[in-house]
Design a protein around this ligand. Structure first.
Ligand SMILES: [Zn+2]
Length: 189
């Protein structure tokens, strides 16, 4: 398909005309190169015009700005709950994004992270303990070739509830013993 430009009068292919919703066939009446030329020639003129317009309408523009900010304030007041929910949603969605980004970050900052871990392990006893337990569990799982998909029953070789009960009993015995030993050491003094 071809089209005649209204300005230079040349017949050109359709892709030589930019899209325009306002025109009949969805294409502008001037060809692209005519538009380009026109824009270059009128750049200074338009700048001048814009400047004059702003000077002339300074008060009007200010007034409009004030109205806008008032409207925004009003809107915020009226839609407080809506905005709160929107913010909450936004934070939630962005936390997922942040996590993905931090994965990348961790990859690129291995040395920095290692330094941080070493330092914290030296200064924070609980952090150290937690990490030791974590890595012990992990290595034990690895040693036995368990994965995330392995059923808990296969790892424990018993039902989960039974295991928790057993842990509880052991824990109570352990704490009783340490309490008793504390008491006896106190009595000895
Ligand atoms: Zn043209």
């Amino acid at each position: 398909m071809e089209k005649k430009c209204n300005k230079c009068g040349e017949v050109k292919g359709l892709d030589e005309f930019s899209n325009s919703k306002n025109e009949k066939h969805g294409k502008s009446v001037w060809c692209k190169s005519c538009f380009k030329e026109y824009n270059i020639q009128n750049k200074d003129k338009r700048k001048e015009y814009d400047k004059k317009y702003r000077e002339k309408n300074r008060e009007n523009i200010k007034e409009r700005y004030r109205e806008n900010t008032d409207w925004h304030k009003d809107y915020r007041k009226k839609n407080e709950q809506k905005i709160k929910e929107y913010k909450k949603k936004w934070t939630k969605e962005n936390r997922i994004k942040d996590n993905l980004n931090s994965k990348k970050w961790r990859k690129n900052n291995k040395e920095k992270i290692n330094k941080y871990f070493l330092n914290r392990r030296k200064t924070d006893i609980l952090f150290n303990l937690r990490n030791n337990i974590k890595s012990n569990i992990l290595s034990s799982l690895k040693r036995n070739k368990y994965t995330k998909k392995t059923k808990t029953y296969n790892i424990l070789k018993c039902e989960y509830n039974f295991f928790m009960h057993w842990l509880n009993v052991r824990y109570r015995r352990f704490t009783n013993r340490s309490r008793r030993s504390k008491l006896t050491s106190k009595n000895r003094r």
